[in-house]
Design a binder for this molecule. Structure first.
Ligand SMILES: [Zn+2]
Length: 450
């Protein structure tokens, strides 16, 4: 054994400080990363073309051959894939492997029509565990930590995705799933969980139940919250951190691409590192489909580079964001996805003003006298969308002041977002609590013709 060089000591110290799980990949110079992406993109395109009739037909119709992909920019010649493609090819027709060669299936709940089904080979599951473990480590989780996993287990990718990642990291996983909130509180305290994985809305529900039981979670061992599966605001982050006494980290993923762990914040929390050795990220103008220059806001489009069972080419996520490849203080070189402000599908047009529910949330959570539970009710009168907000008073707020509170909220929504909304202040505990993904918007507009 030779003497340890200064460079090796530096990398080791840096690994510890920044939580690199895969230092060679996470800090790979961007030119080298681009070479790796191109090689993997060509394989992924070939896999899709050779094994998925839908992709082959689209390539042929566009007059493109997999061999035409010679640079990363050539990706822009490929057609987009959308969620409806998965429904139209239900259940397995978008898979590039026969069902018998798969290791697992997941599916969406399918609120309208057929669910979307996604499949994984054993290698796909292995990569997913790696990327989820990498995400946990970037957020500050370590081997030996107790990870309380309150994401729903089952067909939803959240539960098992976080579970496999935490195991891969060497953590001690508590496979709690959603619901039984009193029990969640007791086990977080008793088992000494350092990491909580949940949707942000459910994390708040856990905090509320703890407070009603006289349990102060700020005195628990919790230090890190991995929150995702729904868009959430910076105001929500501050609220969660204050009530749970932890550092709240944003994690991103979607089952069509993989599941949780496609991107995650590092300790700097200035955008989510998208893991570019496995995915290619673009931002497009949602109307024209044109690729936008880095830094401009638009719809996030993701191409998978290593998925065997379900290669996705230019998948339109409907999520609105911006990208930056500027260096991050953590030393990771992977692109950062700035916090998702909303989904294109969720965007409301209120008398000509584009509004995301997360913007309304940011205003509500900042107001005194109201709890961080709310619903946005959208109705259509003629051709106009109208919004009313149902918010909940804090327990100590007298009922005879609800009208004044409503007036205060409406005033701030108007001055900060620019829309007029009817505000109804309701009694404590009357807004439904989330057990998983929160239902924030009650859309009463007529179906179809939207
Ligand atoms: Zn970073």
């Amino acid at each position: 054994m030779g003497a340890i060089t200064r460079a090796e000591v530096g990398i080791d110290a840096s690994n510890r400080a920044h939580g690199y799980l895969h230092p060679a990949q996470e800090t790979m110079p961007r030119e080298q990363l681009a070479d790796l992406q191109l090689a993997r993109l060509r394989d992924s395109v070939r896999n899709a073309y050779d094994h998925v009739p839908m992709h082959r037909a689209r390539f042929d119709a566009a007059g493109i051959n997999p061999e035409d992909i010679r640079t990363l920019a050539d990706l822009q010649r490929l057609p987009f894939t959308v969620k409806a493609d998965l429904r139209d090819h239900y259940p397995f027709a978008m898979f590039a492997r026969p069902c018998g060669e798969l290791a697992r299936l997941h599916a969406s709940s399918g609120t309208t029509g057929k669910p979307t089904v996604v499949g994984y080979t054993r290698q796909d599951i292995d990569n997913w565990a790696d990327l989820m473990a990498r995400s946990l480590a970037a957020a500050g989780a370590r081997q030996g930590d107790v990870v309380h996993n309150a994401y729903g287990y089952g067909l939803f990718t959240g539960g098992l995705g976080a579970h496999y990642g935490a195991e891969r990291l060497g953590a001690v996983v508590v496979p709690m799933s959603g619901g039984s909130t009193e029990r969640q509180v007791a086990l977080i305290m008793d088992f000494g969980a350092r990491v909580l994985c949940a949707t942000p809305s459910y994390a708040l529900a856990i905090a509320e139940v703890a407070e009603s039981q006289g349990v102060d979670l700020r005195t628990s061992a919790l230090e890190i919250g991995m929150f995702g599966a729904e868009p959430w605001s910076q105001a929500m982050r501050i609220e969660i951190e204050a009530r749970l006494g932890l550092k709240a980290v944003d994690i991103y993923g979607l089952s069509e691409i993989m599941g949780p762990g496609v991107a995650c914040e590092c300790a700097c929390r200035s955008g989510l590192h998208g893991w570019e050795d496995h995915f290619l990220f673009e931002v497009i103008d949602p109307d024209s489909g044109r690729v936008l220059p880095e830094g401009e806001a638009g719809e996030l489009v993701i191409t998978t580079l290593t998925k065997q069972a379900l290669p996705m080419l230019r998948y339109r996520t409907r999520d609105i964001t911006r990208l930056t490849s500027a260096p991050c203080d953590c030393g990771r070189t992977h692109v950062r996805i700035l916090r998702i402000t909303g989904r294109n599908d969720d965007m409301l047009i209120i008398r000509g003003v584009n509004v995301y529910p997360s913007q309304i949330e940011a205003v509500l959570i900042g107001r005194p006298a109201i709890a961080p539970h709310y619903q946005i009710v959208v109705q259509r009168h003629g051709t106009l969308d109208e919004v009313s907000l149902e918010v909940e008073a804090l327990p100590y707020v007298p009922a005879d002041t609800y009208r004044a509170v409503a007036h205060d909220v409406a005033h701030h929504v108007k001055s900060l977002i620019g829309i007029s909304a009817d505000v109804c202040v309701k009694a404590p505990g009357t807004i439904p609590r989330s057990q998983g993904k929160a239902v924030r918007v009650r859309d009463l507009r007529p179906k179809g013709g939207q």
